[in-house]
Ligand binder design. Structure first.
Ligand code: CAA
Length: 384
């Protein structure tokens, strides 16, 4: 039985920062960001968007038109959780009017959370073939103003429906995984911003990639139509891509490089969205490469600091082109309003300063999208 991604959609906030402006404000050569890190822009979340609303806005299109009673599992993957105890998936369930018979929970392992959710959802569908799962990967990447990681922030979510006979891609059960307790990137409970041992985290990402990729190649064919990566920033994914190419027939390298460039296009504009980043790359490739075809095998390297590395493959299925709403995704990027540095810093502070038991949040997101309204008696309020 084929199990995998039946529907997929992406949502990002309506605001972005041009990294040339950030470079100027931080007295850095813009080429460090544009060429050194290969990033162009980053989406910035206003205070009326959090990981729940980003996920709900991504998910509303994928649940539209399906029988909601079929959704037996909801997994909310994030490292920007809004509660230490309660799962964001329960808010999603309410906002999207999903069935109360569904198992509903949150999952976390840094940027690996989305893949952990995907693998768990596939296992669920394999044992409940008439059911579907909704998974969301949703994050606001925050390192802080004037930090080395500032340029690698971003905000957004990807939502997927996982089912048997999927429209977009079947997930192969060929994962090669390596996990180990390391301190490359983490966020203690008392902090809103992540702590990164930046250069060490780069080394570990590449080391984990080599380990799982070599193991994969020893056991499987390397007949990839494309290679996709977790993209904290595009240059690191490109370094991993080059390592992969050392093991791949030179005649196919050019084709893989063209597809790699298409796969990072949206990530270069949105920035790091942690758990959803690799699935944003998948969308970026599919909506921009007309030459992809049914049966093509894509290799994916998922990495979550802390750390877990997972290399696996997926196979494109019959209706993968028709099943992604390219127009809406492209328009979403285009509609974003450019922020000045002052506006960005204000947005950043407003996002990190939501501490009160009672607070009302000013509306910045358009009224059609789900919004975080504020907190009443310690309870988060959302627009329905
Ligand atoms: N023109 C062109 N290139 C330039 C340049 C210029 N003027 N100035 C510098 N560069 C290049 C450098 O040579 C370097 O490229 P190489 O790595 O190819 O040598 C690149 O720009 C970056 O320069 P630095 O290493 O000096 O940059 P930095 O010390 O300021 O920090 C960073 C970069 C470590 C990525 C930092 O932004 C950071 O800490 N980011 C957050 C952590 C992170 O993203 N880690 C990734 C792995 S962990 C993970 O994947 C999980 C996750 O999502 C967080």
């Amino acid at each position: 039985m084929n199990v995998g991604i039946d529907r997929i959609n992406f949502y990002t906030p309506e605001f972005y920062l041009d990294l040339k402006d950030l470079a100027e404000a931080r007295s850095v050569d813009p080429n460090k960001y544009l060429l050194g890190l290969m990033q162009k822009q980053m989406s910035v979340a206003p205070a009326d968007q959090d990981s729940v609303t980003l996920a709900a806005n991504a998910a509303k299109r994928v649940v539209d038109g399906i029988d909601k009673d079929d959704v037996g599992l909801i997994i909310f993957a994030t490292e920007s959780s809004i509660d230490q105890s309660k799962s964001g998936s329960l808010y999603l369930q309410e906002l999207l009017k999903l069935s109360n018979s569904a198992r509903s929970f949150e999952i976390k392992e840094a940027c690996y959370g989305g893949t952990a959710a995907l693998m768990s959802a596939c296992d669920y569908v394999r044992t409940h073939p008439n059911k579907k799962a909704l998974i969301t990967a949703s994050d606001i990447a925050r390192y802080g103003l004037n930090t080395p990681g500032e340029v690698t922030q971003g905000a957004g979510a990807v939502a997927m429906i996982i089912s048997k006979d999927p429209n977009i891609a079947a997930i192969s059960q060929d994962n090669e995984v390596y996990s180990e307790q390391i301190m490359d990137f983490w966020r203690p409970n008392y902090q809103k911003n992540a702590i990164a041992n930046g250069h060490y985290s780069q080394e570990k990402y590449l080391e984990f990639f080599k380990t799982v990729f070599e193991e994969y190649i020893n056991k499987n064919k390397s007949d990839f139509a494309a290679l996709l990566f977790h993209v904290p920033y595009s240059k690191l994914a490109y370094k991993a891509f080059k390592i992969a190419c050392e093991k791949i027939d030179p005649s196919t390298r050019e084709m893989l490089k063209k597809r790699f460039d298409l796969s990072i296009d949206l990530n270069q504009k949105v920035g790091n969205i942690y758990t959803a980043s690799i699935y944003l790359s998948l969308i970026s490739l599919i909506i921009q490469d007309p030459s992809l075809k049914k049966g093509d095998k894509l290799g994916l390297f998922s990495y979550g600091s802390g750390a877990v590395g997972d290399f696996f493959s997926i196979e494109l299925t019959d209706r993968f082109k028709k099943s992604i709403d390219k127009k809406t995704i492209v328009e979403q990027i285009k509609r974003r309003k450019k922020l000045s540095i002052q506006e960005y810093e204000q947005f950043f502070k407003e996002q990190t300063e939501i501490e009160a038991k009672e607070i009302s949040i000013e509306q910045k997101t358009n009224l059609k999208d789900f919004r975080f309204l504020g907190i009443k008696k310690d309870q988060r309020q959302y627009s329905h």
